[in-house]
Design a protein around this ligand. Sequence first.
Ligand code: HEM
Length: 426
Amino acid sequence: MTPRRPPEWPQPRAWQALRWILRPEAWMLASRERFGDVFVLHLPFGPQVFLADPEAIKDVFTGDPAVFHAGEGNAPLEPAVGAHSILLLDDEPHVRQRRLLLPPFRGSRLGRWTATMAEIARADVDRWPAGEPFALEARMRAITLEVILRVVFGIEQDARLAELRALLRRLMPRGGAQVVAMLPAFRRDLGPGSPWRTFLATRARIDAILFDEIARRRADPGLAGREDVLSMLAATDMTDAEMRDELMTLLLAGHETTAVSLAWTFALLFAHPDAHARAIAGARAGETAFLDAVVAEALRLRPPIPAVVRRLTAPATVAGYDLPAGTKVSPAIWLVNRREDLYPQPHAFRPERFLENAPQTYTWLPFGGGIRRCVGASFATTEMRVVLGEVLARADLRAADPPPRRSTRRAIVLGPPRGTRAILTR
Ligand code: HEM
């Protein structure tokens, strides 16, 4: 008979939560070695049933979306992304936003944007310092932000781009301040200069710019000919408030994830000279196959989001366990991506494996799955390949630090230690 509850560690909950914050990858791996494919971990937001079995994960991803809710868990993001954000919604309102958001991100549209992505990457590389260590992640963040502002928001005027860049940096400070801003207890106006008042003022200025862009787009007689995402959304029946919230969502969901993934990709290449040389040769010859394989393999080994969450709105049987309503189940992206039965030598960086076989829906999970699968998955992998290609073709880089062994946490996503410091030699 199956026990009623999946196994869990005897250690105190606070200790487990701390392990999740400090060493999520090692903690998941140790748990799978100890308990197998289903186990409970106590995270800072409560217990979650982790799943490392692709079949059980497929059941969750393809299960009734009315039972497997994803939106409520993202509530802490509301101050930045707004109540209409696809990230926060479930059921019919989620389906509506997704139906409106998906078309601009279809694979067939992506080709129109690669030239802009490449131009943004080239302009940034040309400003990199030679002969001294610098963090590639910071440069990747600047590039991916610029891509969102120009390709997704469709903003072209330099002054407006500069103002938005500065405002967004203030709205989303790095490190601890980012986490603090997400906690309801800190959403209090403590007078001029206090973090929450600054947040609200910054957000109001960003909103004014975004609503102005939306109004201009709606009034633009050439709207049908424009190729940015905002213009495509302006041609649907999305309201202005929905558009504002989805723009902030795309920015938040799309820019740091892609930047840390790129930074990890460089770290992995630096640690593997043969693959690095082959990627450089491919980039300089304008070939994409090996670069695509490098991107897929980097996202397999170092997914920036190591697990996703669904909260049960009704009792459900998952992986043979009868779980009550309210249980949170977590398809463990990081563990599935490293299963030995799916990927021989699972911890080794071997891009060749994706030259032979393309990534598969339920066994390669950096973008989650089912009705919540990342809207920007093709956009992100295309952007990563284009940026990687431009950098490798133009810059001779080497690692400034020894090869990294594990990820470190940003606020939500995981990234390489020290942001992959590199030295530009030519
Ligand atoms: C390497 C880069 C990226 C990674 C690893 C990533 C990963 C993810 C993951 C794991 C989810 C949750 C899926 C689930 O719950 O099953 C997600 C959702 C989402 N992502 Fe991404 N993402 C990336 C880039 C992007 C980009 C570039 C965009 C858009 C510009 C984007 C937009 C979204 C949106 C809108 C959702 C919410 C989908 C929904 O709730 O229906 N992401 N992403």
